[in-house]
Design a protein around this ligand. Sequence first.
Ligand code: VGL
Ligand code: ZN
Length: 211
Amino acid sequence: MKCLLLVDIQNGFCPGGHLAVPGGDAVVPVANRLMAKGGYDLIVASQDWHPADHGSFASQHDGAAPFTMGTLNGQPQMLWPDHCVEGTEDAALRPDLDQSRIDTIQRKGLDRTVDSYSAFRDNDQTALTGLSDLLRARGVTRLDVCGLATDYCVKFSALDARAMLPEAHIRFIEDASRGIDPEGVRTAIDEMTQAGIAVVTSDTVLSETRV
Ligand code: VGL
Ligand code: ZN
């Protein structure tokens, strides 16, 4: 069972969005190609979905500027611009993403007291989203992860997949992903590689199904 996890390919993380990732929109055609021709049995898209008063927003901390460190529930927390507020255009999946091929949407970040970069669990690693149970129930043995942003939600989702699905082969698809900070992207790729996650391109994935 081969699964594709598309992380947070939402308006908010693309140019024009509230937490725009440079070149974020460029992942959409690659993701569409992977969904159409990657030979996946299951396609899951995660969606960052915050209440308007989420504690990761700088606006909820007196005088704090976005992209500075603060605290949330006693833990260090990067403070973000307000983004992906539930039900808004910013939180919608990109309209050019072929949603007809997505089997399941996994929302995350609903609890205002903790951030949730990973599609599998909150940052304090307490509450699970249910995605690991779904992938186990579906017998997923191969999981490819890509999307936005490489240095946050993609990295944490891939590392959690590695930890929570020890039997599965996990890959990160580099050209179907973009990051917020170039240095953070390099670190993310190092961390994923060290954890045993393979770094591949969409060409590699598509060549497996090409006849
Ligand atoms: C993300 C920061 C805050 C992401 C989500 O999708 O990478 N980053 N919320
Ligand atoms: Zn968020």
